[in-house]
Design a protein around this ligand. Structure first.
Ligand SMILES: C[S@@+](CC[C@H](N)C(=O)[O-])C[C@H]1O[C@@H](n2cnc3c(N)ncnc32)[C@H](O)[C@@H]1O
Length: 422
């Protein structure tokens, strides 16, 4: 809302687009106000149409006409993308290499602003190209039962026949069909071509799950199969697994490389899901080491327990990772963890958990994050406790979108207060 209380929604004006910002837009200014512009690129001269104006300091707008295009601008591969249309992707109009540079700029800016740290990094490309990588998706369903995706910051549904970033079997399983009465459909395609679809009601509750195996044999409520780090993993239905087929291997590689676990060490894997990181590091600590995976979701814990059944040094604890729960869990271990890997949801681990980890006696922490803002905030908490950011890698695990996956290595800057080791 502007100073005079009037709304700019619907207004059109020219701006010169400034730097990229977190969230899939760039920053511009008009009459002293910040304008977050989607569908534009830094340096471009565009005409914007204001789409939202609720805050005194800023409004949101779409670039609806490009007067002076960036050399990084390309033809959108998806016909459903663009201003006012499908909101699933942010950077369809951007050359993929330039998308990675934008993401690197966002990570750098978030660390500078939220952690007061200068970081320099390249966002690494994953194999497979920018399209047909999404192996897990949620599609919205309109009142007529037609599936699609929502426009940016809208409850409408853009009906889709295809989604070019999603793998073909998932598209075929959901789009172009009628899902009368459903609110949404989750779909996941596993490493052996099994397709799991979960129908959700309008309140987001799962109503039914169906697994179609490539042979045609079908089962209900069964698990998906994934492959990563030379192992097979079972995942509960459409439960959490990295969306990009190459991401799990890349992230485990980064975590393993950063932590360099040694025989006999104790590993704590927090927010463990189906046990990906703990299970992958278990070989490094050997039979004389210990791996404790902590996860809140009962189905994920059951899958993790099965996934780690051949690793006697690994165990799964079901519980909430919060400051109190983590403190209790650390007290129950036979000694402090040597290393910790944590992979929290988008909101991050938060101040409480980060502060407990900074005092837990570990020699290193690998923090896997899908939101650089949450990561930077939590890294700042470690830094307050004397820890140093000694490694940072980032992966383009979500091409065409503004999302980026980071792995940070944190090490205590001072001798760790040494609780007794068993
Ligand atoms: C980003 S996923 C990571 C899963 C796993 N590390 C992987 O890579 O497959 C986050 C996981 O944290 C779990 N989770 C969310 N909040 C939690 C909490 N407070 N305590 C424990 N687990 C939590 C979710 O159920 C989910 O499995």
């Amino acid at each position: 809302m502007s100073d005079d209380g009037g709304t700019w929604v619907g207004q059109r004006f020219e701006v010169t687009v400034g730097p990229v910002a977190h969230g899939g837009h760039c920053v511009a200014r008009h009459e002293g106000r910040v304008v977050f512009v989607r569908h534009a690129l830094p340096g471009e001269r565009v005409v914007v149409a204001v789409t939202e104006d609720r805050h005194p300091g800023y409004c949101r707008a779409d670039a609806v006409e490009v007067l002076d295009a960036s050399p990084d601008r390309v033809e959108r591969p998806c016909p459903a993308a663009g201003p006012g249309r499908c909101g699933g992707c942010d950077w369809q109009h951007v050359d993929p290499a330039a998308q990675r540079r934008l993401k690197a700029d966002v990570v750098t800016e978030q660390f500078a602003r939220l952690a007061g740290m200068d970081v320099a990094l390249d966002v690494e490309e994953l194999p497979g190209g920018p399209l047909r990588w999404r192996s897990r998706a949620r599609f919205a369903v309109d009142r007529s039962g037609r599936p699609g995706l929502r426009p940016h910051r809208s409850r409408d549904v853009v009906v889709l026949e295809d989604c070019p970033i999603t793998v073909e079997p998932a598209v075929q399983a959901v789009l172009g069909r009628n899902w009368d009465g459903a609110g949404a459909v989750d779909v996941a395609v596993d490493s052996v071509g099994g397709v799991t679809t979960t129908v959700l009601d309008r309140r987001g509750h799962a109503r039914s799950t169906r697994v179609a195996r490539p042979t045609g044999a079908e089962a209900t409520g069964s698990r998906a199969e994934r492959k990563a780090w030379h192992r097979d993993w079972q995942v509960e239905g459409t439960g959490f697994w990295q969306v990009h087929p190459a991401a799990a291997d890349a992230l485990v590689g980064a975590v393993a490389g950063f932590l360099g676990v040694r025989p006999g060490e104790r590993v704590l894997d927090l927010y463990a899901g189906a046990g990906l990181f703990g299970g992958s590091l278990a070989g490094g600590v050997g039979a004389g080491g210990q791996v404790v995976c902590v996860e809140a979701d009962a189905g994920a814990c059951a899958a993790a327990a099965d996934n780690l059944a051949d690793l006697p040094q690994a165990e799964v604890w079901q519980g909430d990772v919060d400051a109190e729960g983590l403190t209790g869990l650390l007290a129950e271990l036979d000694g402090p963890p040597d290393v910790v890997v944590l992979d929290p949801p988008r909101s991050g681990a938060g101040r409480g958990v980060s502060a407990v980890l900074a005092g837990c006696g570990a020699r290193a922490v690998a923090y896997v994050a899908c939101d650089p803002a949450s990561l930077a905030r939590d890294v700042a908490v470690f830094a307050e406790a004397g820890w140093r950011l000694t490694g940072l890698r980032a992966y383009d695990a979500f091409p065409m979108t503004a999302h980026v996956e980071c792995v940070a290595l944190l090490e205590p800057g001072q001798p760790v207060a040494s609780p007794e080791r068993s």
